[in-house]
Design a binder for this molecule. Structure first.
Ligand code: PLP
Length: 386
């Protein structure tokens, strides 16, 4: 059966050029970068080369990039490390309710440790108003963490403006840029951020490798202790194959990002227009223009997103819902609920996320497959008969 992958926001396939770049790390470059002999130093030199490529993609200095096991660890480190290192200055952290669980759960953990957390609201499009941040700031605010773009609805936040508000009150600023780095321009100096999380598997690199950008001079404690790797910031023998792959993915992203974003915006808008035009009782979730180039997120009334997703899967289309499906309950997406959507409508949401290997033909296939799926599901839906 034809398979159409439209879940690039969950993970991307590894680019064949990335796989090729990683191969030597499994054969001749297997040394430990901490070893002082030639085998170790060969590995050290390719790790540092990759660090330079990741730094260059976001306008950072190489010594401001710390490799981690991915976006989740980078988020945990930014929040816990800043909280622990700045405890004597204050105990207040500001974030928002549509963040990834890596941020929200870290905040819950810090709350148990005596930190105070404020969740500023987002509007119906998922936007954070910098004025809300300003109102939430207190003399004890040590950190503001707001994601660059949301992974479910694709809304892009006005980060530079929010950073100005945080800095004016003396707080650090962190952004989870897992969904944006490699896809839209990210420059740590234009944005002014102090910390920024990246994950390689969202930009055609391997899984299990990411990075935290930490601006020089930022007070942050380590949360993983041991052998003193990553200049004492993050212990553990480096994931050399992952780091090389991440570096190659960053290099490719820098070359391809601009034209790829233009191509994806055109496919995205064709898909949105086609779905909204062909199916009644639907709405686009997230911002129409301040939106990731590859994100389509639509709510369908009277159906469950899971049913839509499973039916699409039967036709070879890999998509996602915003909701977490557990065996006991079908929870509506925390993102859509925070944007003011009713739980019923939120449960009827579908995310289609495009990427490097998405084509016009894929969009046409979705536009042909989706309307009959919706008609069938609505015909048997008790919700539609009300
Ligand atoms: N933050 C965001 C916005 C994400 O979309 C993800 C991945 O789904 C993560 C963090 C976690 O990244 P990782 O899978 O590398 O741990």
């Amino acid at each position: 059966m034809k398979r159409v992958y439209l879940d690039y926001a969950a993970t991307t396939p590894v680019d064949p050029a990335v796989i090729k770049a990683m191969e030597p790390a499994f054969s001749e470059l297997w040394g430990n970068p901490s070893s002082i002999h030639a085998c170790g130093q060969d590995a050290r030199s390719i790790v540092e080369e990759a660090r330079g490529k990741v730094a260059s993609l976001i306008g950072a200095q190489s010594n401001e990039i710390f490799f981690t096991s991915g976006g989740t660890e980078a988020d945990n480190w930014a929040l816990k490390g800043t909280a622990y290192a700045n405890r004597e200055r204050g105990n207040h952290i500001i974030t928002c309710p549509i963040e990834h669980h890596a941020i929200l759960e870290s905040c819950d953990f810090l709350k148990e440790q005596g930190f105070s957390i404020t969740n500023v609201p987002v509007d119906r499009l998922g936007m954070v108003d910098p004025e809300e941040i300003r109102k939430a700031m207190t003399p004890g605010t040590i950190l503001v963490s707001i994601m660059h773009a949301n992974n479910e609805v694709g809304t892009i936040q006005p980060i530079a403006e929010i950073v100005r508000v945080a800095h004016a009150a003396g707080a650090y600023f962190h952004t989870d840029a897992v969904q944006t780095v490699g896809h839209i321009p990210v420059d740590v100096n234009t944005m002014g951020v102090d910390m920024l999380s990246i994950s390689a598997h969202k930009l055609y690199g391997p899984k299990g490798i990411g990075a935290l950008y930490v601006r020089s001079g930022t007070r942050i404690s380590s949360i993983i202790h041991g052998g003193g790797q990553e200049r004492g910031g993050r212990a553990g023998t480096e994931n050399v194959p992952g780091i090389i792959g991440f570096g190659k993915a960053a290099e490719l992203a820098a070359e391809e990002m601009e034209s790829e974003a233009r191509r994806l915006i055109s496919l995205r808008d064709e898909m949105i227009k086609g779905i909204l035009g062909a199916i009644d009782h639907t709405r686009l979730n997230g911002h129409a223009t301040q939106r990731l180039p590859n994100n389509v997120n639509i709510s369908f009334e009277f159906v469950e997103g899971e049913s839509v997703c499973l039916n699409l899967d039967l036709s070879g289309i890999c998509a996602a819902t915003g909701s977490a499906c557990s065996s006991e309950s079908m929870e509506a997406s925390h993102v859509l609920l925070a944007m003011g959507m009713s739980p019923e409508m939120a449960r009827g949401s579908l995310r289609l996320s495009l990427g490097k290997w998405s084509t016009e033909e894929d969009v046409k296939y979705v536009l042909k497959t989706l309307p009959p799926v919706l008609s069938r599901l609505r015909a048997i839906s008790p919700l539609a008969k009300k």
